[in-house]
Write a protein that binds this ligand. Sequence first.
Ligand SMILES: Cc1cc2nc3c(=O)[nH]c(=O)nc-3n(C[C@H](O)[C@H](O)[C@H](O)COP(=O)(O)O)c2cc1C
Length: 232
Amino acid sequence: MTNTKTNTTQVYIINGSPRKNWNTAKMCESFKKGVTDAGLKAEIINLYDLNYKGCYSCFACKVRNGKSYGKCNYPDELKEVLEKVSNSEGLILASHIYFGEVTAQMRAFMERLLFPVYFYDEAGSKIPPKKLETAIIYTMNVKHDRFNAWFVGTDKSGPLGLFEKWIEMTYEKPEILCAYDTLQFGDYSKYVADVWDVEEKKKHNEEEFPKELESAYKAGVKMAERIKGKLN
Ligand SMILES: Cc1cc2nc3c(=O)[nH]c(=O)nc-3n(C[C@H](O)[C@H](O)[C@H](O)COP(=O)(O)O)c2cc1C
């Protein structure tokens, strides 16, 4: 690669799920491979490894002429991640679904990422952050129809619809990548989880999950190509 900018480009994949070898983590790895195969650098950051909380309401990001104006500089383990993301070109937010929403860790990350750039004014204007390329990865027990009806909602009025709107209002429109009807346990017989048809789940996992991983890979390639197009 000749362009030095692309040699230092980072795409950050923020994994808001705790398990490092399961569905969400695999979707993150696939996306990362797509980005790196297309020639850019990508890193996965596991939120569960970090010691941080959501917005502390310190309002340092809103102090007139303050040195942290428009930025979250709260000194915990998210500070460096937020700095890295703000200097990157692409942001992927990955979470499995907990009670119809993203995980608490992802929600806390989002508060710290977005609150500093929004003004308290009637227009809801913002300090324009860099227009990062974005994607969102969700994994879940439910199937496609329930995901849309229950969690995204009509006109994005559901909890995940609102989450997506905030990302879209701040950055480039996110590509949405999903793994549905995931395998949750290695051995279902050990757990009280009779609601699931285990054979059907296993079949879905064998037939559909590889396709979902492939979609994440392709989205990674496409994102990297868009970023290279912007930089050249
Ligand atoms: C506390 C908790 C709440 C969950 N809530 C939902 C839910 O509301 N809807 C859903 O489809 N799946 C739900 N799930 C299932 C997970 O989203 C699903 O198993 C996911 O694939 C797990 O991701 P992982 O394999 O990366 O750990 C829940 C799981 C847990 C542990």
